[in-house]
Design a protein. Structure first.
Length: 126
């Protein structure tokens, strides 16, 4: 039996899929205030079954204001649950399910607002 290709990195897939909603990255820049709104996906677990990689993912949405952070978080949620989402050259999100909906989360810099949501995201190899 031939070795299978690895699944696409879900953080990379999400960064590309959400790039038009704000700046994206798997790491928060040191000068975050200069990059708002900013979206950071983080894989926090999951499993695969040879055909599908089902990732549990936290997505942080940072904004200069409460309204901006919430607007981006809601847009992210709608993009994901409306799937499938094709990300040319990167991967395919078959489906996403909201596990913990958008909620306010503290951020050490009080001038930055943060909204966090947790999703179960299923992807396939391209």
């Amino acid at each position: 039996m031939a070795d299978l290709q690895p699944f696409p990195d879900i953080e990379d897939v999400l960064c590309e899929a959400l790039a038009d909603l704000g700046e994206t990255g798997s790491e928060t820049p040191a000068d975050l205030q200069d990059h708002l709104p900013f979206i950071r996906p983080t894989r926090i677990g999951g499993s695969d079954d040879r055909r599908t990689d089902t990732s549990r993912v936290d997505i942080d949405c940072f904004g200069a204001t409460r309204a901006q952070a919430w607007q981006v978080a809601r847009a992210v949620q709608q993009r994901l649950i409306s799937g499938p989402v094709h990300v040319p050259g990167v991967g395919l999100i078959d489906r996403a399910r909201t596990e913990l909906g958008p909620r306010r989360a503290p951020h050490p810099d009080e001038t930055v607002r943060r909204v966090l949501a947790t999703y179960r995201v299923s992807t396939r190899r391209y």
